[in-house]
Write a protein that binds this ligand. Structure first.
Ligand code: C5P
Length: 311
């Protein structure tokens, strides 16, 4: 097998296509505020099948070009661009690349879209350019790009701690349907964290309980899902509280916010249970996606050598 055939869809015309999956936070404990201004977290993250598409093609003379179908995300401040520069800076590699990015994951939704794109650039170019960076080094580069990026270097189901830089892989959850509902409001991540008071901090118990359940192959209890940022976000953004009520009204048994929001999610063991809820929310003209949990192997397939995704 040559290198390109191991890497997803490398076409004969030189384009390499990969997918960058979104995530949801099944739990998000905020343990406290750190001296550096960040917050200490304990969170179980899960990749879901909603994905952006990245296309890579070699460019001469070390040029870097990034094109995104969303005009607001075209500039050099896009994390994709910064990921290429971080990789080149770390290795001295001067190869050029054009990256075309088709956004499907809503930006600033709490679903990690930009972070996932950046992680996929690190993984794909490390492989394509034969840079040979070990996973630990990729995790460091990922952390330099943003708190959510390290998770996507592993994907699947994982425990994330610290600022986001400590990622521990967990066994895959059983297959399940994940419904996403995005309220029509933008929530700034720094503002969501700033709004927390010590009364909002949690002790990490919800995350620890879920981690034990997953390690013991028990089905996670829906009641155990929580997000320490959710109450304040609902308080400050009535559109999120309203969407949450609508999700329950449509038939969801349990609703949780992902990341700093505003996207809400609900889990369903079968499509038969999910479909009526999805139809009801669509009928109300809401932004809703019916997607599914994605295993680590599937999330990393496009950039893994045989055996390497079995962490
Ligand atoms: O790391 P990143 O730039 O993605 O974080 C965005 C913002 O979210 C930070 O500037 C900080 O305000 C907040 N944040 C935090 N604690 C974390 C992660 C993010 O306070 N663990």
């Amino acid at each position: 097998m040559n290198d390109s055939s191991r890497m997803g869809e490398m076409r004969s015309d030189g384009w390499l296509f990969t997918r960058a999956y979104a995530k949801v936070n099944l739990t998000l404990d905020v343990l406290g505020r750190r001296a550096d201004g960040y917050h200490e977290l304990a969170s179980v993250l899960q990749t879901v099948a909603l994905a952006d598409t990245l296309a890579f093609r070699a460019l001469p003379n070390g040029q870097i070009e990034v094109f995104c179908d969303a005009p607001a995300l075209r500039g050099p401040e896009n994390l994709v661009y910064r990921a290429v520069e971080a990789l080149r800076g770390a290795t001295g590699c001067r190869r050029g690349v054009r990256i075309e990015l088709q956004k499907r994951i809503p930006a600033q939704g709490g679903l990690g879209g930009g972070s996932s794109d950046a992680a996929m650039v690190l993984l794909a170019l490390n492989r394509w350019w034969h840079l040979g960076l070990a996973r630990e080094r990729l995790l460091e580069l990922a952390a330099s790009l943003g708190s959510d990026v390290p998770f996507f270097v592993l994907g699947g189901t994982a425990l994330v701690e610290g600022r986001g830089e400590r990622v521990t892989p967990l066994p895959d959850l059983p297959g399940m349907w994940v419904m996403l509902l995005k309220p029509s409001v933008a929530v700034s991540t720094p503002a969501a964290f700033r709004a927390l008071t010590p009364a909002d901090y949690t002790d990490g118990q919800a995350t620890a309980t879920l981690v034990s359940a997953i390690r013991g192959s028990a089905l996670p209890s829906l009641d155990g899902l929580m997000n320490a940022l959710e109450a304040r976000v609902c308080q400050e953004y009535p559109a999120v509280a309203e969407s949450r009520a609508a999700f329950f009204q449509a038939g969801a048994q349990f609703v949780c916010m992902s990341g700093s929001g505003p996207t809400l999610f609900a889990l369903f063991p079968s499509l038969a249970e999910a479909a009526p809820v999805y139809q009801a929310l669509l009928g109300e003209g809401r932004q809703v996606w019916l997607t599914r949990a994605v295993s680590r192997k599937e999330a990393l397939r496009v950039v893994s050598l045989p055996g390497e995704s079995d962490i």
